[in-house]
Design a protein around this ligand. Structure first.
Ligand SMILES: Nc1ncnc2c1ncn2[C@@H]1O[C@H](COP(=O)(O)OP(=O)(O)O)[C@@H](O)[C@H]1O
Ligand SMILES: [Mg+2]
Length: 352
């Protein structure tokens, strides 16, 4: 996996394809070049920024494998969003026997487990504030002290963190410590969302289909109608969402070796099952129409207006975020907000 310096974009694509990263888009080549350099030539700390499902984990693992000094040692993932606040310190740094009630044996923390290798701090934006100074201290001094221990142990790890939202606004809002931010963000690799690398769709669909070769009929082509359709999807869940869509389409496919729009949409219909909430909404509409004496069109309009109002009020700030939450296009959001005169509740840019 070593070889000479990849100079051309195509060399980067084939190198990273071996690591499970399928791409042929210029936006990705920039990121991959930086990743290769970081892995191969240095021990630098990296921060991978990208929406959920853009491939942060696969990229981090790829960097570990390209790192000749560290690849034989462990790659350890810390799920920062799910470490329990009370047990996190012992999970991360270990504990001595009897350090606290329930600490029956000695426990090796995740940092010690990663010694010599790579520690991947996933969803670092969700790291509880009270743990941030402890993490910073370990990163700065390269020493960990297990809970209840009186001696420190040195740890040698490369640190790669991932965030699914930009850290800078969190620093502004004092939800993320600035000193830790600077320590983690030595080099930032920003993974573009799938909707911004449309040229990758075909390759990704084929790669995802290939992963299921053992179960479903092989697929070796993608029809233009499906590509056309996929190019217009917002994919808030990015490659992960595409993967699930491909599997669903393969599951429903009845004939041929080319995946087409009909394969995709036929299974979509079974994925949307008539559900309790839809029945309740329909029944509420029925009442509205009869009791209020309004028309079907007006009733639907009013429901739509209120849906957008709720969505805009419940958090998403930008039009893109709103589109992503509602699993629709930015254009639809723009038009609906405008027609319902809601434009001010969801400005296109986050207000300063
Ligand atoms: N460029 C890519 N090529 C092939 N598969 C990818 C690519 N990016 C992501 N994936 C796949 O998509 C899924 C989500 O990737 P992951 O690295 O877990 O994303 P994230 O950590 O950003 O949420 C995984 O199954 C991964 O293998
Ligand atoms: Mg992830």
């Amino acid at each position: 996996m070593s070889g000479p310096t990849p100079l051309l974009d195509t060399e980067l694509y084939s190198l990273f394809a071996k690591l499970g990263i399928v791409t042929s888009s210029a936006a990705m080549a920039r990121v991959l070049r930086q990743a290769w350099k970081a892995a191969y030539l240095s021990d630098i700390t990296l921060l991978i920024e990208g929406e959920t499902g853009t491939g942060k984990q696969v990229l981090a693992q790829g960097i570990h494998i390209l790192d000749q000094r560290r690849r034989a040692k462990a790659f350890v993932t810390v799920h920062c969003g799910t470490v329990s606040e009370s047990l996190a310190e012992s999970e991360l740094f270990g504990h001595e026997r009897g350090a606290f009630s329930g600490a029956v044996g000695v426990r090796r923390g995740l940092f010690q487990a990663a010694h010599g290798g790579t520690i991947f701090l996933d969803d670092v934006n969700d790291l509880p504030l009270n743990l941030q100074p402890k993490l910073l201290d370990v990163l700065q001094r390269g020493m960990v002290r297990p809970v209840g221990a009186d001696k420190e142990t040195p740890v040698d790890v490369r640190v790669i963190s991932a965030c699914n939202q930009a850290l800078e606004p969190l620093v502004e809002e004092k939800r993320f410590r600035e000193d830790l931010y600077h320590r983690l963000n030595v080099v930032k690799l920003a993974l573009p969302p799938l909707r911004e690398r449309k040229s990758d769709l075909r390759g990704l669909v084929l790669a995802c289909a290939a992963r299921h070769r053992a179960i479903y009929e092989p697929v070796n082509a993608v029809d233009a109608d499906l590509i056309d359709f996929l190019e217009r999807q917002p994919f808030p869940g990015n490659v992960r969402e595409l993967e699930h869509g491909v599997e669903r389409a393969l599951f429903g496919k009845t004939e041929g070796n080319s995946l087409n729009l009909a394969d995709w949409t036929s299974t979509l219909a079974t994925a949307i099952k008539p559900s309790e909430w839809a029945r309740e909404a329909a029944s509420a509409l029925w009442h509205g129409i009869f009791e209020q004496g309004i028309s079907y069109d007006i009733a639907l309009q009013e429901v739509e207006r209120q849906l957008f109002e709720i969505a805009a009020r419940r958090g998403p700030h930008t039009r893109r975020e709103l589109a992503s939450c509602l699993k629709t296009s930015e254009r639809t959001v723009y038009e609906k907000l405008r027609s319902h005169k809601l434009s001010r509740s969801a400005p296109s840019q986050r207000s300063a």
